[in-house]
Design a protein around this ligand. Structure first.
Ligand SMILES: *Cc1c(COP(=O)(O)O)cnc(C)c1O
Length: 328
């Protein structure tokens, strides 16, 4: 693991730092999911977070912690969208110049969203890896500070503030279901909640077409996965072959990882809108999908499902709702 151990104290420090810039999100009871699961199921609505995803938390914690020298030189992020959005928005709030580097596969509406937020957007290459390498070059050439989307103690501690909020609102929580890609979200939540009580179960959910952390844990080291299209586009991308933090934390703290299909994700997005009047993007709906389709055993009595984001193209959502969505 990276040589800096992340503690519960770091997560409380993060909460102090970001309390004025991010929202405390609601935890709502879901009657229909509770019936389905035979447990009391609650939804943690990070879909209502500033910029439409929990990534605002880590980004705020990281940017506030930069030195004044780093702040004045500016920052750079490479991102499939939500991390870029969060960095762009938070940087603007703090008067920091932000460059966002993206692959050409990122949907146009996400690019526009970041320009609207005031960031300089650079698109390069057709994969996350190509965009990342270009970002590294810009980082060096222009003296920017790279803001990693997940593999950074400040990012992990920022996302961990969700764990504190869950514990405050549902102190008798038995299990927490968390969307999983690079692992910053689940690592922070697991560190917070396992510090409170190691018996709280932490379950990660990824899409079955490209689950990078799942395959990496099986292999015992970070491995690359083939890039695919998924409704859960915010979960695409690898965990980094030089992963220093999230891989060991997830390996040591997460109890189980389950996988959901594209059809199950679509059904969960439909369920969220139909039953709870909630707009949820694919990545944000994987936890609901896992409950709806009985992928998780041992949930216990009190369950929190993290609904991680809401940034979905409205025409795509419309197709999903009308059941016109076809995987191609
Ligand atoms: C980034 C993201 C995730 C995954 O978070 P990781 O920290 O990479 O595991 C899940 N849902 C949404 C909406 C995201 O933007």
């Amino acid at each position: 693991m990276g040589n800096r151990k992340i503690t519960l104290r770091d997560i409380y420090l993060a909460r102090d730092r970001i309390s004025l810039t991010v929202r405390k999100t609601p935890l709502i009871f879901s009657g229909s999911l509770s019936e389905q699961a035979g447990a009391s199921v609650h939804l943690k609505l990070e879909s209502l977070q500033e910029t439409g995803s929990f990534k605002a938390r880590g980004a705020a914690n990281k940017l506030i912690s930069l030195s004044s020298q780093e702040k004045s030189c500016g920052v750079i992020a490479f991102s499939t969208g939500n991390h870029g959005r969060a960095v762009a928005y938070m940087a603007k709030q703090m008067g920091i110049h932000a460059v966002i580097c993206l692959s050409n596969r990122v949907p146009h509406y996400r690019v526009e969203a970041m320009q609207t937020l005031g960031a300089e957007v650079v698109q390069h290459g057709s994969s996350q890896d190509e965009a990342y390498n270009h970002a590294l070059k810009l980082e060096k050439d222009r003296g920017l500070t790279m803001i990693n989307p997940f593999d950074d103690p400040m990012i992990i501690a920022g996302q961990g503030t969700i764990g504190i909020e869950i514990l405050e609102d549902l102190p008798n929580v038995d299990s927490v279901v968390v969307p999983l890609s690079g692992g910053g979200l689940i690592a922070g939540i697991a560190l917070a909640l396992k510090s409170a009580d190691s018996r709280i179960r932490i379950i990660g959910v990824s899409m079955d077409c490209a689950p990078a952390m799942y395959h990496s844990l099986k292999a015992g080291k970070p491995v690359e996965v083939e890039e695919k299209d998924s409704l859960a586009d915010a979960l695409l991308g690898g965990i980094g072959l030089d992963n220093a933090y999230t891989f060991p934390i997830v390996r040591d703290t997460v109890d189980d990882i389950v996988l959901v299909s594209e059809e199950e994700i679509a059904a969960a997005m439909r369920f969220a809108l139909d039953t709870h009047r909630l707009v949820v993007e694919g990545a944000g709906a994987v936890g609901i999908a896992a409950i709806l389709h009985d992928h998780i055993t041992d949930l216990g009595q009190n369950v929190a499902v993290v609904v991680s984001g809401s940034n979905v193209d409205i025409s795509l959502l419309t197709d999903i709702i009308a059941n016109r969505y076809k995987k191609h």
